[in-house]
Design a protein around this ligand. Structure first.
Ligand code: NAD
Length: 289
C-alpha cells in the first residue's frame, strides 16, 4: 500500500520504518528536519508539506503530540485533500472528544477513520511490538488491522469512535495509580525492616502482585530489568504519564466519574514533573516518597 506517515518523532520514526519493512511505500511529513532525515535513512520518501505526502495514498497514519495538533493537521491538510476512499489512522494519544470530532469530520467528507493509540514505548515502536487499541466502525477496523499489525504485536477493537482513546487513558490511569502504590509499598516495607528482595518474592506471589511490581519494578536490583536499574533513564517519561493522567481527569469530569485514586496520582505526578523530573522514567517517583 501507499501510506503517508505524519509525525515521525520518538514513536512515529520507528513505526514508519516498520511499515517500510512490511513492504509498504511510505511518504513522510514532519515539521522537524531531524525527524525527516531519520525517515529518509529508513527508506521513507520525505515531503515538505502534508499535502505532498498524502498525494495518491491509500492510508494516512499520524503520531502527533496532542489533540490540538491532530485536529489542525487533519482539518487543514488531510480531510478533503487525501484521495477519496483513503483510510485515516490516528495513533497519537489525545482526548476522546477531539478523536470523535476529527473522525466525524472525516466521515462527513467520505473517509473512514480510526483512533488507534498505543501501549508500549519507544522500544516497542522500534521493535514493532506495540499494542493498538482501536476505536471505529467494524469496517474501518477491518481495513486498519493489517496496517497496524505491521507495527505491533496486538491490535484490539475497543469499540466505536473514541473507544481506543478511552481504553488508553483508563489503562494509564490505572498504571499511574498502581505505580505510586507499588513505590510507597516498597518504601514502607523498607522502613519496617523488610529485605526488599524478600518482600518482592512474597508479594509477587501474593495478592499485591501487579504489573508495576513484576514487570517494571521501581526498586533497583529487584525484579526484572527495568528503568530503575538504569538510574530511571529511558522507559516512559514522567511528562507523558502526566499528559495521560490529565486526559483521564478531563474525561472523568466530562462524564461525572468519581476517580479519587486517579486524581491523587495526577496531583503527585504533576508535582514531580514540576520539580524538573519530566524527563525521568515515571517509576522514578519512588524518589519522592
Ligand atoms: P515526539 O515529540 O517525539 O514526536 C512527535 C512528532 O510530531 C515530532 O517529530 C514533531 O516534530 C512532530 N510534529 C509536531 N507537530 C507537527 C505538525 N503540525 N505536523 C507534522 N509533524 C508535527 O513524541 P512521541 O514520543 O513520538 O509521541 C507521539 C505520540 O505518541 C503522543 O501523542 C504520545 O502521547 C504518544 N505516546 C508516546 C509514548 C512514548 O513512550 N514516547 C508511548 C505511548 C504513546
Amino acid at each position: 500500500m501507499k501510506i503517508a506517515f505524519i509525525g515521525l518523532g520518538n514513536m512515529g520514526g520507528g513505526m514508519a520504518a516498520n511499515l517500510v519493512k512490511a513492504g509498504h511505500d511510505v511518504s513522510a511529513f514532519d515539521l522537524s528536519p531531524d525527524a525527516l532525515a531519520r525517515a529518509k535513512e529508513n527508506k521513507c520518501a520525505v515531503f515538505d508539506t502534508v499535502q505532498g505526502a498524502i498525494a495518491g495514498v491509500d492510508a494516512v497514519v499520524s503520531m502527533l503530540p496532542n489533540g490540538a495538533i491532530v485536529d489542525a493537521v487533519y482539518g487543514a491538510d488531510v480531510i478533503g485533500h487525501a484521495p477519496q476512499g483513503a483510510l485515516f489512522l490516528d495513533c497519537s494519544t489525545i482526548d476522546v472528544d477531539t478523536a470523535r470530532k476529527v473522525t466525524a469530520a472525516a466521515e462527513a467528507a467520505g473517509y473512514a477513520m480510526v483512533d488507534a493509540p498505543v501501549s508500549g514505548g519507544i522500544a516497542a515502536a522500534n521493535g514493532g511490538t506495540l499494542t493498538f487499541m482501536v476505536g471505529g466502525t467494524d469496517d474501518a477496523f477491518a481495513r486498519a488491522e493489517p496496517i497496524l499489525a505491521a507495527m505491533g504485536k496486538a491490535v484490539i477493537h475497543a469499540g466505536t469512535s473514541g473507544a481506543g482513546q478511552a481504553a488508553k487513558i483508563c489503562n494509564n490511569m490505572l498504571l499511574g495509580a498502581s505505580m505510586i502504590a507499588t513505590c510507597e509499598t516498597f518504601k514502607l516495607a523498607e522502613k519496617l525492616g523488610l529485605d526488599l528482595q524478600t518482600f518482592y518474592d512474597i508479594s509477587s506471589k501474593a495478592s499485591g502482585q501487579n504489573w508495576s511490581m513484576t514487570s517494571y519494578c521501581p526498586v533497583p536490583g529487584v525484579g526484572p530489568q527495568s528503568p530503575a536499574d538504569n538510574d530511571y533513564q529511558g522507559g516512559f517519561a514522567t511528562a507523558l504519564m502526566l499528559k495521560d493522567l490529565k486526559l483521564a481527569m478531563e474525561a472523568a469530569q466530562s462524564v461525572d466519574a468519581d476517580v479519587p485514586m486517579g486524581q491523587k496520582a495526577a496531583a503527585l505526578y504533576e508535582a514531580y514533573a514540576n520539580s524538573g523530573a519530566g524527563g525521568m522514567d515515571f517509576s522514578a517517583i519512588i524518589k519522592t516518597l
